[in-house]
Design a protein around this ligand. Structure first.
Ligand code: FMN
Length: 322
């Protein structure tokens, strides 16, 4: 038996559930020599913002027990350079391309999405039931992942993603502007992720992805200062996995739309924890830094597990937890 690995996210069918996480895989081409890009279910791009961003001062990365802390600061060339230099190559990808969008105000998110919609053209719906990878006419963007961990400059700098009212408003405004898959990426830096996931669903999101990084800090006790120039940063890697799995579990029970799980996935068993918790798809982030082929290996391991357990459809794993 060949298990069915495809997964539906709103209008988009991914060939398989394993993607590579935003900010850890560039735009894909950076890994072309090391990774079989065609094996990936989805490539989630580095964040795209309205203006170019050089990112934060260095040092902006430090290793931690079972993970790393980063304060890259959404460094990216801005939406115009993305359209000019990245979009043409993204049109040639077999994997679904999900553009990660960030902004410091609602207007900024909307302006980035509108520019990307204009550049990529109308969404071409693949023939009924076919994954996007089987589609010959590709537009370079198959969906959006909205990073709501950004501080809202108009609302005292509190992250959009910590307030359900702002999440619903922003999601609804973006929804009105695109027919492509709309995924809202949630932050774990909240008391309860369930109401935030429900707000994204109420705003019209096709899925929620979680988790983004957890706020952390490392202090150099000899130099008597934080190691990162910004002081704090975002913790990722195996250290955050139990937090991510718990968030996926809670969110999957709070909403009907698919949950995409990530945080600390290093091998197939880690990904299976997310799928069993209720996620329909997964992303590999920091794991790629340790082994660039982690995502491919995770997919092989999920397939082997399904064959062993006699599970026919990957989407069915979400209902298997005792
Ligand atoms: C170096 C680095 C850069 C990141 N940049 C982004 C980004 O631009 N947008 C975003 O939504 N998440 C970004 N993230 C968060 C990851 O996509 C992911 O949510 C988080 O690292 C947890 O997954 P992991 O433990 O598998 O890395 C970044 C993470 C790292 C380590």
């Amino acid at each position: 038996m060949q298990p069915t690995l495809s997964v539906q996210i709103g209008p988009l069918i991914l060939e398989n559930p394993v993607g590579v996480a935003s900010g850890t895989f560039g735009y894909g081409s950076e890994y072309e020599a090391l990774v079989e890009l065609n094996a990936l279910g989805a490539i989630y791009t580095k964040a795209v913002t309205l203006a170019p961003r050089p990112g934060n001062a260095i040092p902006r990365i430090v290793e931690t027990p079972a993970g790393m802390l980063n304060s890259i600061g959404l460094a990216n060339p801005g939406v115009e350079a993305f359209v000019e230099h990245k979009l043409p190559e993204l049109k040639t990808r077999r994997a679904a391309v999900i553009a990660n969008v960030a902004g410091a105000s609602e207007e900024e998110y909307l302006a980035v999405l509108e520019r990307l919609e204009e550049a990529a053209g109308p969404w071409i719906s693949p023939p009924e039931g076919l994954p996007i990878s089987a589609c010959s006419a590709r537009t370079g963007i198959d969906g959006y992942e909205i990073n709501v961990s950004c501080p809202n400059v108009r609302h005292g700098g509190l992250a959009f993603g910590t307030d359900p009212i702002q999440v619903e408003r922003l999601t609804a405004a973006l929804r009105a502007r695109t027919r492509r898959a709309l995924i809202v990426k949630l932050t774990p830096n909240v008391a309860d992720i369930a109401p935030i996931a429900r707000a994204a669903e109420a705003g019209g999101a096709d899925a929620v992805s979680l988790i983004n990084t957890l706020v952390g800090m490392v202090i150099d006790v000899r130099r008597l200062r934080p190691v990162l120039a910004m002081g704090t940063g975002g913790l990722s890697g195996p250290a955050v996995r139990p937090v991510g799995v718990a968030c996926a579990y809670k969110a999957a029970r709070a909403v009907r739309i698919p949950v995409i799980g990530l945080g600390g996935i290093m091998c197939a068993d880690d990904a299976l924890q997310y799928l069993l918790a209720g996620a329909r798809a997964v992303q590999v982030g920091t794991g790629t830094f340790v082994n660039p082929r982690t995502a491919e290996e995770v997919l092989c391991g999920i397939r082997a597990w399904m064959e062993r357990e006699g599970v026919e459809r990957v989407e069915a794993i979400a209902k298997m937890l005792a």
